[in-house]
Design a protein around this ligand. Structure first.
Ligand code: PLP
Length: 427
């Protein structure tokens, strides 16, 4: 599905296994918490680390057909104490949206100076575009319709002879809408404009075919498809060839597109996550998708059966079911989130949730500030259970009722007053 790039990942996994294989000379006494096996130093005592003090038993070298590893300048095996510290986090970031946009725009800058994207893209796309604007590029931020979808006629009208690239995400991370990727790809190809899609929320969840959809560049994120954090991939089409200017300088790895040594363990994890996702999607009725859809309906039906004035944001049909964004009128989203402290939820994108500004995605759909402030995103995944959904339904209903009981606006609404018609006096 992802062509040659994914094949390269697989090759990297094989190389990685050889490098990691050298670690077998050292046998960890315990796999986890090796650090606890370290001898404690008294304040005046200096410890010279030995293989034993580091938590390994010295083993006679058994190569098992592998060469002795004497290439420490190329890469060094990870100290298990480092692994201990990393395991709970694994949170380094990799950003292929930056590379797609900046790379293509800068490579073709002498001929083309225009970029098209949408107002509802992820911040990393929007911020890359702002950087390019500062470098002299012109960017069109397309509006979306009230259902969150791009209007193809508006997109077509925005394409100019100097448009280098169109970037439209496959699945929106806040409201889950699925953009008409196939039609956008067709349009871009007919106009000879490169088409990039941020598929971080889509790969492994909805079917994507870079050839059938005329996708020239595609960004994938490992930790959105049940893989490790700190790894992603970029698909770059070979024919018709897409050229990129590297964003990162260095040893010229990945054909010069992305210098730097890739972190093998997370590459392996990412490859496995892709394999599992592809397998899941091959199953009849796509097991993940079907299950997630059932759970989403259970959540929506459960809440709307008990609570009135709830709206689902985004398109009715073209939406990934695992992303349920609901607005609870007359309820302040942040207060609801705080009340639901035993449930990990977000009022919008996890990346911008530190800000109390209303979601720019919901604003782009035409939601007013009150509506945007009263929204919660429920993200349902492969490991969510029915029991969890039932618990969430019960808690959400309980707290929405409680918060509304305290709201004068809710009381006015109950009394039949049209809140929007009120002329608030300003002192
Ligand atoms: C649509 C979308 N694009 C890009 C990203 C960024 O991905 P990463 O966390 O791998 O940098 C995210 C993360 O939330 C996302 O939802």
């Amino acid at each position: 599905m992802f062509g040659n790039r994914l094949q390269r990942l697989v090759t990297q996994q094989r190389v990685g296994r050889q490098v990691l294989g050298s670690l077998k000379h050292m046998k960890p006494v315990r796999m986890v918490s090796t650090s606890s096996t370290l001898k404690q130093a008294t304040p005046t005592e200096t410890i010279t680390p030995t293989s034993d003090s580091l938590g390994f038993e010295s083993q006679p070298v058994k190569n098992e057909g592998r060469p002795i590893y004497l290439d420490m300048q190329a890469t060094s095996p990870m100290d298990p104490r480092v692994l201990d510290a990393m395991l709970p986090y694994m949170t380094e970031l990799y950003e292929s949206n930056n590379l797609s946009l900046k790379g293509v725009a800068r490579f073709y800058k002498n001929k083309k100076k225009h970029i098209i994207t949408t107002q509802t893209e992820h911040k990393c796309v929007l911020d890359s575009c702002r950087v390019l604007q500062e470098e002299g590029f012109e960017v069109t931020y397309l509006p979306v319709q009230t259902n969150g979808l791009v209007d193809l006629k508006v997109l077509e009208a925005a394409i100019r002879p100097d448009t280098a690239i169109v970037s439209v995400m496959s699945v929106n991370n806040e409201i889950g809408v699925i953009q008409p990727i196939e039609q956008i790809g067709k349009l871009c190809r007919s106009k000879k404009v490169f088409f990039h899609t941020d598929a971080a929320q889509a790969v492994g969840k909805i079917p994507l075919d870079v050839n059938a959809m005329n996708i020239d560049l595609m960004s994938i994120s490992g930790h959105k498809l049940y893989g490790p954090k700190g790894i992603g991939a970029i698909y770059v089409r070979r024919r018709p060839r897409v050229r990129l200017e590297a964003v990162q300088s260095g040893g010229g790895q990945e054909r010069g597109i992305r210098s730097g040594t890739v972190p093998t363990p997370v590459v392996v994890g990412f490859g496995e996550a892709c394999r599992i996702a592809a397998e899941e999607m091959k199953l009849i009725d796509c097991y993940d998708h079907e299950r997630i859809e059932r759970l989403a309906n259970r959540l929506i039906d459960g809440i709307t059966a008990q609570v009135e004035q709830v709206t689902r944001n985004g398109d009715d049909k073209a939406t990934f079911p695992g992303c349920v964004n609901l607005s609870f009128a007359y309820v302040e989203g942040e207060s609801l989130l705080m009340a639901l402290k035993d449930i990990a939820l977000s009022s919008g994108s996890a990346c911008t949730s530190a800000s109390l500004e209303p979601s720019y995605v919901l604003r782009a759909l035409g939601a007013d500030d009150e509506m945007a402030h009263s929204s919660i995103r429920f993200g349902i995944g492969r490991f969510t259970t029915e029991e969890e959904i039932d618990f969430v339904v019960q808690k959400v209903c309980q707290h929405v009722h409680k918060l509304r009981e305290m709201s004068p606006l809710w009381e006015m609404f109950q009394d039949g007053i049209d809140i929007k018609s009120i002329q608030w006096s300003q002192h």
